[in-house]
Design a protein. Structure first.
Length: 128
């Protein structure tokens, strides 16, 4: 099976040695997205709600570049520097996903790249 590198200007460019996503067969593996505006490569805001929205927008752009959409995500990993913000994640996530929701993990971490408050990665299965 071959792998296809997924890349789009509608999501932030990689800031390291990784691809935005890799597709193999019908499965797409997303690299972590932080709340960078793809045009400026700066945070959209310091507000956690705005950062969560931007991460979902970035994930959505990568999903579309791979030929899918967020509702085809089967696994979502959420990394937060403050787990007390998790209710905000639930509120914002409901704006981007329809039930049934993907399997999900929420992990509290000390810090994230560039000082982000949230980062997410996931796995998408095309054809669902």
């Amino acid at each position: 099976m071959t792998k296809e590198i997924i890349n789009t200007d509608a999501a932030p460019a990689a800031i390291g040695t990784y691809s935005q996503a890799v597709k193999t067969g019908n499965t797409v593996y997303f690299s972590g997205q932080i709340p960078l505006d793809p045009k400026t490569m700066e945070f959209v805001s310091e507000a956690v709600r705005d950062q969560i929205h931007q991460v979902f927008k970035n994930l959505s752009a990568v999903a579309e570049a791979a030929g899918g959409n967020l509702n085809q995500l089967v696994k979502l990993n959420i990394f937060l520097t403050d787990l007390s913000c998790f209710p905000v994640v639930n509120e914002v996530m409901a704006e981007y996903f329809d039930a049934p929701y993907p399997a999900r993990a929420a992990i509290g971490v000390k810090e994230l790249p560039k000082g982000a408050q949230v980062e997410m990665d996931g796995v998408m299965e095309l054809g669902l």
